[in-house]
Design a protein around this ligand. Structure first.
Ligand SMILES: [Mg+2]
Length: 346
């Protein structure tokens, strides 16, 4: 992160006009490099102009509100930086385009800020957005415009536009009995990190392996190349796991009218990766694997026999609902609901 002169630490957004604040934000957004190639007209006019190369636009939007989606200060002492919030806003939105099999072309940002927000925090947010876009691999994407307003708490809304580059989107509804269920990216780490943030232990005492989990909560790393690769490989259904493997898997299962049966042997290593947090907090790591969201891993189904694209691991199979069973998620044939996963902890 860039050095911020000490005098900037005490400067709040109330001391600047909107134009002055924008003048401090724009250069940081454009430090990402050139505009994405789809941005025909960027910030500065009443509206931006974005190309839709194949005549279609993939669009999604996501909001983070202070004290709802993040806290400025956590019980363990960690202070959420503007960089964290900016990165996460980029990650969440880019992930939704990834989950359709598309590639993001531009972001539009709306910031609501209390007057006492330090200008340095807002500058940091712009840096986090830029870093998120670039480091997560959305190489041809940039912030095309936005809006600033005042309010009682910080609220960050980002809309994302994307392209399918002539291909078909991968929906939630295409999974068929016999398909393979596969995962790209991680699951449960952001939830483990959240539990560490909410634990009242001094933040300095966390070991590097525990910090790594907190980092996934604060700055998730969705596997952005995996979505288009899955689409090319013939994925039949896909979504990103933002609310948890069982809950999001249940949504895909319901949309497709199928059962996703997960393999406990494939889930176990996912839980093992969470040991640094679960051992400290005496928690069940499998609960985070099955119920934790926000890593923004991709859950996809592929026809049996298809070679899974790079980054994907098989974690189960798609089955037709039998008898009186409903579409949903099972583990080795056992129904799972919220709380029903305890049997599979070991
Ligand atoms: Mg999503």
């Amino acid at each position: 992160m860039p050095e911020i002169p000490l005098t900037e630490e005490t400067l709040t957004v109330a001391a600047l006009s909107e134009a002055e604040l924008l003048a401090r934000i724009f250069p940081r957004l454009e430090m990402a490099g050139t505009h994405g190639s789809a941005t025909l007209l960027g910030p500065g006019d009443d509206a931006a102009i974005i190309a839709a190369p194949d005549g279609r636009t993939v669009i999604s939007i996501d909001t983070q509100v202070q004290d709802q989606d993040f806290r400025l200060q956590w019980p363990n002492g960690y202070r959420t930086t503007g960089f964290d919030v900016g990165w996460k806003a980029a990650a969440q939105n880019l992930s939704d385009i990834n989950a359709m099999g598309g590639v993001a072309t531009s972001l539009v940002v709306s910031l609501t800020l209390p007057p006492d927000t330090p200008v340095s925090w807002v500058a940091d947010l712009a840096d986090g957005l830029t870093a998120g876009i670039r480091e997560l691999g959305a190489t041809d994407c940039s912030v095309a415009g936005g809006d600033l307003g005042r309010g009682r708490e910080i609220s960050v809304t980002v809309a994302v536009l994307g392209s399918l580059a002539g291909g078909n989107a991968v929906l939630r509804s295409g999974a068929r009995a016999g398909d393979v269920v596969a995962l790209a990216g991680t699951v449960g780490r952001a939830a483990a990190g959240l539990a560490l943030l909410e634990a009242e232990a001094a933040v300095q005492s966390l070991a590097p392996a525990q910090w790594a989990l907190v980092e996934v909560q604060c700055r998730p790393r969705p596997p952005l190349s995996a979505g288009p690769l899955a689409r090319s490989a013939g994925a039949t259904a896909m979504l990103d796991i933002s609310d948890g493997l069982v809950r999001d898997g249940g949504r895909l299962a319901a949309a497709s009218g199928v059962v996703l049966d997960l393999d406990p042997a494939a889930l176990k290593p996912l839980a093992e990766a969470l040991r640094p947090a679960s051992d400290l907090l005496r928690a069940d790591p499998m609960a985070w694997v099955l119920g934790g969201g926000e890593d923004h891993g991709l859950l996809a189904t592929f026809p049996a026999g298809v070679q899974l694209p790079a980054g994907f691991t098989a974690i189960g199979s798609v089955q037709a609902p039998e008898g009186s069973s409903h579409p949903g998620v099972t583990i080795a044939g056992h129904a799972v609901g919220t709380g029903g996963w305890d049997h599979f902890a070991d």
